[in-house]
Design a protein around this ligand. Structure first.
Ligand code: ADP
Ligand code: MG
Length: 477
C-alpha cells in the first residue's frame, strides 16, 4: 500500500480497498464510545447502591413507591423438615414448568417436571388464554401414570409477574412485564384465573399457594439451607426477594416476626433518572418496548433484553459503516428486527469466542447479518461487546444484592454467611456470568464496613416451584 493510500485510509476510513467494511481506526473509535457508554466505575456502583437502599426503604415505608417492596404473606419459613407431594406450576416469561414435587424432609426433595415454551401468540391479547394454556399442560402432565397415582394433589403456583397479595393463596395481577401485554386480566386474582381454567377442563385440583418466582426460589433454598436470606432471578426478567423483619415494613401492620418481601426490583431508578445511568440504546430499547417507561433496571440486566441491546449497538455500527452487512444477507436480517437477536445467540457467540472457535463465531455473526471474517478485529469487537453488555448486567445486579445486604445485615454478627439463591437461565448459562457476579458483589463490599466478603451466591437451579410446594407445606407444620 502506498504512502498516499495509507493517508487516504486514515482520512477517509470508508474508502479502503476492502470496501465499506474496515476500518480498524473507525471500529476502535466506535468501540471506545461503546466502552464509555457501558462502563460503570466503582464509585458509580457505590453511589447506586446507596440510592437503591434508599428506594427500598421508601418502598417499605409507603405504598406505591418506585420499588414496590411487596409483602408476600409468607409468615412461616420452611424448616427443611416438611414432607409431602405437591403439584406445581411455574409461569415465567419464556417457559411454563409443571412439576410433581416430593419434599423428603432434611432439606431434600425429588422433582418430576415438564417444560413448555410459552407461544408468542399468547403474549398479547386476552390473558385468559395464558391460563387456558397452563390448564391444558397441567392436564397433560396429570395423564402421566406416575402422577395419576398421586392424586388428589394440592397445587403451588409460581407466578413471575407483579402480584398484590391478599393472602398466601390469593393475589391480584398488578401488571405484566417481560414484553407480555394482556391487559384484560390486570386487577384479577391469578389464583382464581388458574382455578377456573383448571375446572373448565374438569380438573379437581386446589390451588393452595401463590408465590412470585423470587419468593419460590428463596423458600426452596431456605428449605435446603436456613442461612439463606435472599434470592435473585436472572432469567427472562430480573427481580429479587429477601427475608424482612415485619417491624421494618412500616406501611403495613403485620403480626409476625418475619416475612418475605418481593422487591420487584426491575423498576429501580424509573422515577429518578439520576439514579440509573441509561444510554441511547437503553432509551431506544425502552421506547420500542410493550411496557415503555417501566422496568428500566430490568431492561439493563435480564435475558429478555441483553440480546436486544447487543443488536441495537451492532445495527448502529452498520449505520455508521463500522460494520458491514453480509453480501448475501436479505434486505432484512436479524439485525433489522426488534428482538431479532436473543440473549441465547449472543451467549453462544461469546462462548464460541472464549473457546477460540472462530469459525463458529463467524457463522453465528453471519447469521445476525454481519460480514464476519476473522483477522480484521471484527470478531474481537463483537466479543468485547458481549463482554461489556454482560458485565454491566452483572454490575447492576451486584448493586441490588449489596443494597439489600446493607439494609438487612447485622454487622455485629461477624461470622454469619449471607446466602443468596440465584436462579434463571441467564445466570446458569451465560459464559462466566455466575463467577463474575460473585466477584462483583465482593468487590463492591470490599469497603471498611466489611472485612471480608460474607455474601455467597448459590445456584438454585429451577427451584422456584419447589418453593411453592414448601410454602404450602410450611403452613401445616
Ligand atoms: P423464565 O424466565 O421463563 O422462568 P428462564 O429462567 O429459563 O425462564 O430464562 C429464559 C431466558 O434466559 C431466555 O429468554 C433468554 O433470555 C435467557 N437464556 C436462555 N438460554 C440462555 C443462554 N444459553 N445464555 C444466556 N441466556 C440464556
Ligand atoms: Mg423462571
Amino acid at each position: 500500500m502506498s504512502h498516499q493510500a495509507d493517508i487516504n485510509t486514515f482520512l477517509h476510513p470508508f474508502l479502503s480497498s476492502k470496501g465499506l467494511r474496515l476500518s480498524i481506526y473507525n471500529m476502535e473509535a466506535y468501540l471506545n464510545n461503546v466502552r464509555a457508554d457501558l462502563s460503570l466505575e466503582d464509585e458509580d456502583l457505590k453511589e447506586m447502591t446507596a440510592k437503591f437502599k434508599e428506594e427500598l426503604e421508601l418502598g417499605l415505608e409507603k405504598h406505591n413507591q418506585t420499588l414496590r417492596a411487596l409483602p408476600t404473606f409468607v409468615y412461616r419459613l420452611p424448616k427443611g423438615t416438611e414432607k409431602g407431594k405437591y403439584l406445581t406450576v411455574d409461569l415465567g416469561g419464556t417457559n411454563l414448568r409443571v412439576g410433581l414435587i416430593e419434599l423428603l424432609g432434611s432439606g431434600k426433595f425429588a422433582i418430576e417436571k415438564a417444560s413448555f415454551i410459552i407461544p408468542e401468540t399468547l403474549k398479547t391479547g386476552s390473558g385468559e388464554k395464558i391460563f387456558e394454556f397452563i390448564a391444558e399442560n397441567v392436564k397433560e402432565f396429570l395423564a402421566r401414570p406416575e402422577v395419576q397415582a398421586e392424586l388428589p394433589l394440592k397445587l403451588g403456583f409460581t407466578f413471575s409477574f407483579p402480584i398484590e397479595q391478599e393472602s398466601l393463596s390469593h393475589g391480584r395481577i398488578i401488571g405484566w412485564s417481560k414484553e407480555i401485554e394482556c391487559p384484560d386480566v390486570i386487577g384479577k386474582d391469578a389464583v382464581e384465573l388458574l382455578q377456573k381454567a383448571l375446572h373448565r377442563l374438569g380438573l379437581d385440583i386446589a390451588v393452595e399457594a401463590l408465590v412470585n418466582d423470587t419468593v419460590g426460589t428463596l423458600l426452596a433454598q431456605i428449605y435446603r439451607d436456613s442461612r439463606t436470606k435472599m434470592s435473585v432471578i436472572l432469567g427472562t426478567g430480573s427481580n429479587a426477594a429477601y427475608v424482612e423483619s415485619c417491624a421494618n415494613i412500616r406501611k403495613l401492620a403485620i403480626e409476625a416476626d418475619h416475612t418475605v418481601i418481593n422487591i420487584e426490583w426491575g423498576s429501580f431508578g424509573e422515577d429518578s433518572p439520576s439514579n440509573l445511568p441509561t444510554r441511547w440504546f437503553d432509551r431506544l430499547l425502552d421506547s420500542e418496548s410493550r411496557n415503555s417507561g417501566h422496568q428500566k433496571f430490568e431492561k439493563m440486566i435480564s435475558g429478555m433484553y441483553l440480546g436486544e441491546i447487543f443488536r441495537l449497538i451492532l445495527a448502529e455500527g452498520v449505520k455508521r459503516k463500522v460494520l458491514t452487512r453480509c453480501e448475501d444477507s436479505k434486505s432484512t436480517s436479524k439485525l433489522d428486527l426488534i428482538h431479532g437477536i436473543g440473549t441465547e445467540e449472543m451467549s453462544e457467540f461469546h462462548q464460541a469466542y472464549i473457546e477460540k472457535d472462530y469459525i463458529k463465531c463467524s457463522e453465528i455473526g453471519e447469521g445476525f447479518g454481519i460480514e464476519c471474517e476473522n483477522g480484521d478485529g471484527l470478531l474481537q469487537f463483537i466479543a468485547e461487546l458481549c463482554e461489556l453488555i454482560s458485565l454491566r448486567s452483572c454490575k447492576l445486579c451486584a448493586v441490588g444484592i449489596t443494597a439489600i445486604y446493607r439494609h438487612v445485615h447485622n454487622f455485629d454478627d461477624e461470622e454469619e454467611v449471607f446466602l443468596v439463591a440465584v436462579d434463571g437461565s441467564l445466570y446458569q448459562k451465560y459464559p462466566n456470568y455466575a463467577k463474575i457476579l460473585q466477584d462483583m458483589v465482593c468487590s463492591i463490599n470490599s469497603g471498611p464496613e466489611a472485612n471480608s466478603c460474607k455474601i455467597e451466591l448459590v445456584m438454585a437451579e429451577d427451584l422456584s416451584s419447589v418453593g411453592a410446594a414448601a410454602a404450602i407445606a410450611a403452613q401445616k407444620e
